[in-house]
Design a protein around this ligand. Structure first.
Ligand code: ZN
Length: 374
């Protein structure tokens, strides 16, 4: 293919932009449609950086291939072994990782559905009483998703219960949630190489927005890429939206490279007065993130910050890791890991609005994706 770059235009560019949007790297309406403008170039650079490609802001063969692979997430399509044209994509990687995690030899998690992946999948299907056809479809996906790391060890009753719980489809229709990516515009926040905290939390916010939206919630972001609202503007926005929940996202950095981990903050004076719902959500969100990413748990803390004080709904700030810590930084720069954090936040929101008796253990609750299951 002819490489695309600044100045290119046409359907191929629009296609690249659609891929970038679906990855949450380009906000809708930000780019000139079909025009390879500055916003498109920045999004491509961002993508290349997080995927470990050489960063030139242009879409050649390699970047194009990576973009089309990244568009697939597990559940988007049936996966099987096609010896003529092997299926490739992030969904294949997801399947391979899941099988490996469950102890099946699915080959290397390379995103290519080969013979070994098929063998691993068939073995899994046999063990779990599914049709051993080597095709990953809705029932296999459901089984894979239900087998959380915490629900192993032969407790079929529990497995069945949590399966029917997910099938009953707890949803967030009618809930209004404001997601607040910190910084923005002229304020980059902390930086990690070419990437800024402002960009990373915006990417994370878009992923959370997508997941909450898929679960039926009405979601608003407090800013786009080029804005940096004041705390007052952010809280007024949430109050005007009559939000049920306000989630502010940040990442940290510290002079000591040893500082790492995830912390959450809710409104409270530390001497009794606090938002109980805020405290509960701060706890849920942090624990879900910690359980799914393995990052250090730095606890939840009451604060009287303006952002938490002026909001008239439960408000929580989540600081998801240290850009100054080598391991945290590597995790946060990985788009897939940010997807995991977004899923953790979704699970926390689901749990917040669920009756306590239906509440599944931390780290195990996975919402079916749109059209992906059954
Ligand atoms: Zn920040």
């Amino acid at each position: 293919m002819e490489p695309l770059g600044p100045g290119s235009r046409g359907p191929a560019v629009a296609d690249v932009q659609a891929a970038l949007r679906s990855l949450g790297l380009l906000a809708p309406g930000e780019e000139g449609p079909g025009e390879y403008d500055r916003a498109t170039e920045l999004a491509v650079r961002h993508f290349q950086q997080v995927r470990g490609l050489s960063v030139d802001g242009r879409v050649g063969e390699e970047t194009y291939q990576a973009l089309s692979e990244a568009r697939w997430s597990l559940g988007d399509r049936l996966l099987h072994h096609d010896p003529e044209r092997p299926m490739r994509g992030d969904d294949v990687t997801g399947l391979q990782e899941r099988l490996l995690e469950l102890g099946y030899d699915a080959g290397r998690a390379d995103g290519i559905f080969g013979r070994e992946t098929e063998a691993g999948l068939r073995a899994f299907q046999r063990d779990y009483g599914l049709t051993s056809d080597g095709t990953c479809g809705p029932s296999t996906l459901r089984a894979l998703r239900q087998l959380g790391r915490k629900v192993t060890g032969g407790r079929p009753q529990l497995l069945r219960q949590s399966a029917s719980f997910v099938d009953s489809g707890p949803h967030l229709i009618g809930r209004r949630i404001v997601v607040d990516p910190g910084h923005g515009g002229g304020d980059p926040g902390f930086t990690a190489g070419e990437t800024t905290e402002a960009d990373l939390v915006l990417d994370l916010a878009s992923r959370i927005e997508g997941r909450l939206g898929a679960a039926g919630a009405t979601v608003y972001l407090t800013r786009g890429r080029h804005q940096d609202p004041t705390p007052e503007e952010r809280t007024r926005f949430a109050n005007d939206a009559r939000a049920d929940l306000f989630i502010s996202l940040h990442m940290d950095a510290h002079g000591s490279e040893h500082a790492r981990g995830v912390a959450s903050y809710y409104f409270g004076t530390g001497s009794g007065t606090s938002s109980t719902v805020g405290e509960r959500f701060a706890d849920l969100a942090r624990r879900e993130v910690v359980a799914r990413t393995g990052m250090l748990d730095l606890g939840g803390h009451p604060k009287t910050w303006d952002l938490l004080r002026w909001t008239r709904m439960p408000a929580v700030r989540l600081d998801c890791g240290y850009l100054s810590h080598p391991v945290d930084r590597q995790l946060l720069l990985d788009a897939r890991l940010r997807g995991t954090i977004a899923s953790a936040v979704l699970a926390a929101v689901q749990r917040l609005f669920l009756p306590a008796e239906a509440d599944p253990p931390t780290g195990t609750f996975v919402l079916p994706q749109r059209g992906a299951l059954g």
